[in-house]
Design a protein around this ligand. Structure first.
Ligand SMILES: Cc1cc2nc3c(=O)[nH]c(=O)nc-3n(C[C@H](O)[C@H](O)[C@H](O)COP(=O)(O)O)c2cc1C
Ligand SMILES: [Mn+2]
Length: 468
């Protein structure tokens, strides 16, 4: 492992360095006016959503701490942070994860770190600038914390991201989807009749978020997936010991919250405007007791908007892992894209250079197996731009044979937030939009000659309205 100062790998390991790097490259909008954390902060952030800059709110009413939004809403910005072109991101992510699979660099525990600069004398979550996002949300929410837990039996660490609703000065409610490793750990704690200690690490970089969002299919419960962050950082991830339990915190985090979940203790959680564009409904969900709060002297609170930011975090990870799995299982797979119209993780578009008839449908089945939240898989040939919805539709309308090319699977496990999957059960569909195999000229795409650069005298007139 190399240690180049200010290499992308080092910058992404520390949110403050990320903010400094963004600022130096004109990629940081500063909101200097005081904003209200209830609706107003998100309203302003949303105006910059998807653009090439992140937003730093310097003053949030009632709190001493600034808020950063937008770290994930542009793949161009994200690519810039990683020192890669945006289209190379899924391959980079998948390479780092493969590196971890072959040669994991486990985290190391160091005596102290920036997150331990201040330990609050009492626990009071109301001092944190936690925003209320959508108009119908049930309260302040954050979903940028990396949750670290330990298997109550084996001690193996897990990292994940969950949404948390603030329900009191020292109380949160957490949403744990079915099949998550945290659900498994909590069940094991319940069986033993003990609480499950966890730490919430707020204000970390993409290496940690990507490690935490690596799907269970790629990082099974018996692996310490925090090692994936080491692969992104090109250095062992540093943790500091917990002070109220044996669960560590990320040394370079802005905040470290030491918490516990007492099995069986529930509290109403919701509604919350989710990545799907629908509200997650209120239900009794596990309550989290916050025991101690540590932080940097001047921390920045990180928030993630429900939308393209999640498409580019969970979605990008899903994409990278489906690509890695398909490339080992299906000959000819070239690229995978999780479309934004598919909420970033319900629709995978797969590009294949088919070597034999029938492999496109194999790709559909392999993609569903690799990433259970997927509802739709569309497979296209190598002459189709998978990131261009118009091009994908062209393949669907001109190459799909609806009688033989559509694969429907009923009563299959999917994603509970998708309203067509009540109680996680629904119907999935795959579209084989590839040319019939073996290929015939009838399905060849027409091409025009590419114009050579320069040497042309071209006059470009201003367009003015004909009717005015
Ligand atoms: C911004 C963001 C919010 C998320 N919110 C939740 C959530 O509320 N509940 C949940 O179970 N998973 C949520 N996820 C997805 C999980 O973190 C992800 O699937 C992770 O791989 C689960 O970890 P595990 O495989 O160790 O269980 C979220 C992911 C991101 C990036
Ligand atoms: Mn896990």
């Amino acid at each position: 492992m190399t240690h180049r100062p200010n290499s992308p790998a080092q910058v992404i390991s520390d949110l403050q360095r990320i903010i400094d790097a963004l600022e130096a490259r004109g990629r940081l909008v500063r909101v200097r006016s005081e904003v209200n954390s209830r609706h107003e902060l998100i309203a302003i952030a949303a105006r910059f959503e998807g653009g090439p800059r992140a937003v730093l709110f310097e003053k949030v009413a009632g709190s001493a701490f600034p808020v950063l939004a937008g770290l994930y809403w542009s793949r161009e910005l994200l690519g810039d942070l990683f020192g890669k072109p945006e289209r190379a991101l899924p391959q980079h992510v998948s390479t780092c994860i493969k590196e971890w699979q072959h040669q994991p660099v486990n985290p190391i525990v160091v005596p102290s770190g920036p997150v331990m600069e201040v330990t609050e004398s009492d626990v009071d979550l109301t001092r944190l600038p936690i925003p209320v996002h959508a108009l119908g949300d049930g309260g302040p929410y954050f979903d940028a914390a990396v949750v670290i837990a330990k298997d109550p039996e084996t001690g193996v660490r897990n990292a994940s991201i969950q949404r948390f609703q603030v329900i009191g000065k020292d109380r949160l409610a957490i949403n744990i989807d079915a099949g998550r490793h945290l659900e498994l750990y909590l069940a094991k704690a319940a069986e033993k009749g003990v609480p499950l200690p966890i730490t919430l690490n707020v204000g970390v970089g993409p290496g940690l978020h990507f490690a935490a969002a690596t799907p269970a299919e790629t990082a099974p419960a018996d692996t310490d997936e925090l090692g994936i962050a080491s692969a992104f950082h090109e250095a062992p991830l540093e943790l500091v010991p917990g002070t109220v339990s044996s669960v560590e915190m990320v040394a370079a985090a802005m905040w470290g919250l030491e918490c516990e979940i007492v099995p069986g203790e529930l509290h109403d959680e919701g509604p919350f405007a989710e990545v799907t564009g629908y509200y997650a409904l209120v239900a009794p969900r596990p309550m989290v007791r916050v025991k101690r709060i540590h932080r940097r002297r001047q921390p920045v609170f990180h928030t993630i908007l429900s939308g393209v930011e999640v498409f580019n975090s969970v979605g990008l990870l899903g994409e990278a892992n489906v690509l890695a799995m398909l490339q080992t299982q299906v000959p000819g797979v070239m690229d995978v894209y999780f479309s934004h119209g598919g909420c970033g993780f319900y629709h995978a578009v797969v590009q294949i250079n088919q070597k034999r008839a029938g492999w496109a449908k194999q790709a559909v089945m392999a993609a569903f197996a690799a990433f259970p939240p997927l509802k739709m898989v569309t497979v296209v040939d190598d002459d189709v731009d998978i990131r261009n919805p118009g091009d994908v539709e062209w393949a669907m309308t001109t190459r799909l044979n609806p009688k033989t090319g559509i694969l429907v699977v009923e009563n299959v496990f999917g994603h509970g937030l998708n309203p067509t999957f009540p109680d996680y059960l629904g119907t999935k569909v795959g579209f084989d939009c590839t040319r019939p195999f073996p290929h015939t000229p009838r399905f060849d795409r027409a091409k025009v000659k590419a114009a050579e650069e320069g040497g042309w005298d071209i006059h470009l007139p201003e367009v003015t309205a004909i009717l005015s």
